[in-house]
Design a protein. Structure first.
Lengths: 635, 349
């Protein structure tokens, strides 16, 4: 460890010097300077698989939350507890704590429980949604192990006013409303968005009891969400920009009973205020960014069978200083990070606990061989508690072999700190936990058999392998549960992503086909008679696949998504499992446009075949639902 | 030419990447034919995972090694429900309390067929017969004991008792009730259903037994979050006084106090299985059965033989194991159970 640190400081020093030299150098270009303050979103994924979400799909599915989006368009397994209920994720065989959600350069994973509820993130609030597969702790720190979801806003400085409205309604009393307005001039870009949704989720489902099938209706499942978001960009001068993002959300929902409970009296409120600001300045050719974010999260859970609600509040403040600059074909960057977390929870050892995390990081991005090679080295040293200082790094590259063949490879050291719950839970919390850590390897081939102007076929094939040591598991110690660094999990698999597009004056066609094969097994146990060793972890499908296609003919659009999720075990010895499900969804759109105004009429059918299924045991999922909406656009 | 080869290789790779050769279809186990052979077998109460509805009752006869993993489902065609908590013989019927299904199933011991259910409970835990026609049911959430008419098998009333009531025993018309929320043992008069008295012990009394002299032993689990240690008490029920108190060290959480058929030897789990004589005045320091690399979750002593049955829940998300030991602590056999085995119930009482 000491040796690592020494080398790291040397490297950091080197970079600082390079940056000084860079100031005198004037023949380079910082790409994308106006797009993102954070260089990491732009460069720090060489060798990793990156996908951005189809904007046409998003426009036609403004009522979806992030969990629903990922379950339709990606191999990420969404552990959904039902319509409107909690949705956590498993990305490449990882736990829910291994999926990062990065909002304009700041990780939203809860420091309290390590995860994020994807059902609480509406997709319609963001201008760009992309998915980075694989671990990237060297860029973003703790918890970025399976993959990350990048949510970004983009400024426009075009003197235009734009307005967007969406009103939608559907089965199970679903109501959706999106109001968005943006104004900009040469220096200011300001956009505000409100998204609200509510649903009773009183869908019918089938329950098997012996040989008889009972059709029942879900009760006590109503959910309501309200979100307000604004993105403001201000060019103070030609070389200085200030940006501020605000996201306030309030979610109320009733927790429905499971298949085996007669009723439920539980309810949950989630409230968050998130502020994320950055100041960027260019000194000649070096960019310096000062970032500051503050999150205030509150969760109240109440079961009326008990008198007392349980609740927690967490305040997180993140401060970062980033610098980046080019010399010839190199981009050198680095930064300092600090996170302060203060959490109040009556279940903790003391009524409030706090945590400081520090990190320094840097990376070198190199372009060579006529832009055919893009390579990246990143390093990060993290500090939390004495003795627990993960040093991580990542090496990756893309090589454009020919114009139809691109090769990728990446090796990353990844880690995750134990959560506050893991460490400070009154009964069982374990302060001696080590961070989960390990190595992730991946290699990919991007093959483009057709590269015509109006017709393209791209096939990306990826193989990955990742071993995580000190995987944290909660197990009982007498009458209470306690987390321990018990498992060693080896996840490996293959993925494919093929896209065919065809465009002509009359029509556009897109076909997208994804497959995923994930083996994720715990390799060790200290328990006698433990039959879980070398078996697939629970709730991770071995196989999954998605096929999406859309066709646009003049003003008419049709969009279909088909997704398959294979068997999932629900016990670690594989004695119980859930059946696979194949779901089909369809959307149709017709667009009227007049000058600056356009009006979309949308209709959808979800779960067309009314398939009865469960993603999580004993939590029934919705059957067929229909709905529609109107989108008004003024540009 | 070279490009063609590369292209061909890439296409084949693509085809390969679409699938893999490992089958994901789980293998369903073959269920053995039902053969309840007599009176020498035992039932294993498997709690199952909370809210998963996968509780079960297994049956095993060590004599002919008959094993039925889920006897209730085998006979009655439906699962027993969510979190199977306890099983008690009342008037020749098995009363099975299913905690999160909020019900008690009444089962015919001859063929294990379900006779009827008692519903209208909130979070039932244990049932104890207090007379020929009446039983009490303890409850985790409802702040009361439910009064059950065991002739009509329906709820006929409540006795208000604050907190989480747990195990109970009956002695001379008095019912001694443990309470996990507080630090008291309650005494209820079974004749008039009135709470007569209470005795302050240590935090979270959970299990209790009666020894050969009629003394009542109560194991209090303690509560580490409140910094309250566990303790074992010997109580004289005649004047409701504490005769012995033995304190555990900090951060220990002993569970499941049990007693042998002569009612002179106590057993409990505190990570390992410990035993002690009722004449002892201090806690045993040496374990009787080592629990390292196990997650001991349940403990029962067979009345006729004094054999010791320990339930190991392993990682709580796979089938557990029941270990059987003789009086000397020698392992006799082990048998797989369902998910989260917590109790063993013997055919011979």
């Amino acid at each position: 460890m000491k040796n690592y640190k020494g080398k790291f400081f040397l490297f950091f020093l080197l970079i600082s010097q390079n940056l000084l030299w860079a100031q005198q150098d004037s023949i380079y270009l910082l790409k994308g300077v106006e797009i993102s303050a954070d260089y990491r979103a732009l460069y720090n994924h060489e060798g990793l698989k990156v996908e951005s979400t189809d904007s046409v799909f998003l426009q036609n599915n403004l009522n979806l939350n992030m969990g629903e989006l990922l379950s339709r368009l990606s191999p990420v397994f969404i552990k959904s507890y039902g319509g409107g209920s909690l949705a956590s994720s498993s990305f490449r065989g990882g736990s829910a704590n291994h999926t990062a959600v990065i909002w304009n350069g700041v990780n939203l994973q809860s420091p309290v429980n390590g995860m994020i509820d994807l059902s609480l993130i509406p997709t319609s609030l963001f201008q760009q949604i992309s998915l980075q597969y694989g671990g990237n702790s060297a860029s973003w720190g703790s918890g970025v192990i399976g993959g990350s979801l990048l949510l970004e806003s983009k400024p426009v400085f075009n003197h235009k006013t734009k307005i967007k409205m969406y009103v939608g309604a559907g089965s199970f009393s679903q109501r959706n409303l999106l109001l968005a307005a943006g104004v900009s001039n040469r220096r200011i870009s300001h956009e505000m968005r409100f998204y609200g949704s509510s649903a009773l989720n009183n869908y019918t489902y089938q329950r098997l009891e012996g040989d008889s099938i009972f059709t029942e209706k879900l009760s006590h499942a109503a959910a309501k969400q309200n979100n307000y978001m604004q993105d403001t960009y201000f060019k103070i001068r030609q070389n200085q920009m200030l940006e501020a993002h605000l996201w306030v959300q309030k979610n109320n929902r009733l927790i429905p009973p499971t298949l085996y409970e007669y009723n439920s009296t539980a309810l949950q409120n989630d409230q968050s205020t998130r502020l994320n600001a950055a100041y960027s300045i260019y000194f000649g050719h070096v960019k310096a960014v000062l970032k500051s974010a503050y999150f205030n999260d509150k969760l109240i859970y109440q079961d009326n069978d008990f008198a007392k609600p349980s609740q927690y509040a967490a305040q997180t403040s993140v401060n970062e200083f980033l610098m980046s600059g080019n010399i010839n074909n190199m981009i050198l960057s680095g930064g300092i990070h600090h996170t302060y977390i203060l959490s109040k929870n009556e279940a903790f050892v003391s009524s409030q606990v706090f945590q400081n995390r520090m990190a320094i990081f840097s990376s070198g991005h190199y372009t060579a061989l006529n832009n055919k090679l893009q390579a990246l080295i990143s390093l990060r040293q993290e500090w939390m508690i004495k003795g627990k200082m993960p040093f991580t790094y990542s090496v990756g590259g893309n090589y454009l072999f020919t114009k139809w063949l691109d090769l990728k490879a990446n090796i990353s050291k990844v880690f995750r700190f134990p959560t506050l719950n893991d460490m400070y839970w009154k009964e069982g919390g374990n302060k001696n936990l080590l961070p989960e850590s390990g190595y992730a390897y991946e290699g990919g081939i991007v093959f483009k058999p057709i590269t015509k102007v109006n017709q393209r076929l791209t096939i990306e094939m990826t193989a990955f392998s990742k071993i995580i040591n000190n995987w944290i598991i909660w197990l009982p110690q007498g009458s209470f549960w306690s987390p321990q660094n018990l498992y060693k999990v080896w996840s490996r698999g293959t993925e494919s992503n093929s896209t065919y597009t065809y465009t002509s004056k009359q029509m556009s066609l897109l076909l997208n086909f994804k497959t995923s094969y994930v083996l994720s097994e715990n390799m060790q146990s200290q328990l006698i008679n433990d039959e879980s060793v070398n078996k697939q972890l629970i709730y991770i499908p071995l196989y999954s696949g998605q096929f999406n296609w859309r066709v646009g003919i003049k003003k008419f659009g049709l969009l279909f998504t088909h997704s398959y999720t294979g068997y999932r075990y629900t016990s670690s010895d594989h004695s119980t499992y859930l059946n696979p499900y194949f779901l089909h969804h369809a959307n149709a759109t017709y667009t009227f446009s007049l000058n600056k105004i356009s009006l979309d009429l949308q209709l959808y059918v979800q779960n067309i075949l009314n398939t009865s299924y469960q993603a999580i045991s004993s939590r029934p999922m919705p059957g067929r639902s229909i709905g529609g909406g109107i989108v008004f656009n003024f540009n | 030419m070279k490009n063609n080869i590369v292209t061909a290789v890439l296409w084949s790779l693509f085809i390969l990447s679409l699938g893999a050769c490992k089958s994901d279809k789980p293998k369903d186990e073959i269920k053995p034919a039902l053969n309840m052979s007599g009176k020498h077998g035992f039932y294993i109460i498997n709690e199952g995972n909370f809210q998963f509805g996968n509780a079960s009752i297994s049956y095993y006869n060590p004599e002919d090694k008959t094993f039925i993993e889920d006897i209730y489902k085998t006979i009655n065609k439906t699962g027993i429900g969510d979190v199977c908590q306890s099983m008690t013989n009342i008037n020749g019927w098995y009363y099975v309390v299913v905690n999160n299904s909020k019900k008690i199933e009444i089962i015919n011991p001859e063929n294990f067929e379900r006779k009827q259910s008692i519903t209208g409970l909130l979070s039932p835990r244990y049932i104890v017969a207090v007379s020929n026609a009446k039983a009490y049911v303890s409850d985790f959430k409802s702040n009361c004991l439910h009064i059950i008419n065991t002739i009509s098998n329906s709820k006929q009333g409540e006795i208000v008792l604050p907190g989480w009531t747990e195990e109970m025993i009956v002695q001379y018309g008095k019912v001694y009730v443990t309470n996990m929320t507080y630090d008291k043992l309650y005494v209820v008069n079974a004749a008039n259903d009135a709470v007569e008295d209470s005795l302050v012990l240590a935090q979270s009394p959970g299990s209790l037994v009666q020894d050969k002299e009629g003394k009542i032993w109560v194991l209090c689990q303690g509560d580490n979050t409140m910094g309250k240690n566990a303790a074992l008490f010997c109580i004289n029920p005649f004047n409701l006084s504490i005769e012995k108190r033995m304190d555990f060290a900090a951060n220990q959480s002993p569970i499941h106090l049990r007693i042998n058929s002569q009612a002179d030897t106590l057993y409990f789990i505190n990570k390992h299985v410990y035993r002690m004589s009722v004449s002892d005045n201090s806690l045993p320091t040496q374990e009787f059965i080592n629990g390292n690399n196990h997650n001991f979750y349940g403990l029962n002593i067979e009345p006729k033989t004094d054999n010791i049955y320990v339930a190991d829940a392993i990682d709580y998300i796979q089938k557990g194991t029941i270990y059987a030991y003789n009086r000397q602590g020698q392992n006799m056999f082990e048998v797989k159970s369902g998910l989260i085995p917590s109790k063993v119930f013997f055919e011979r009482q």
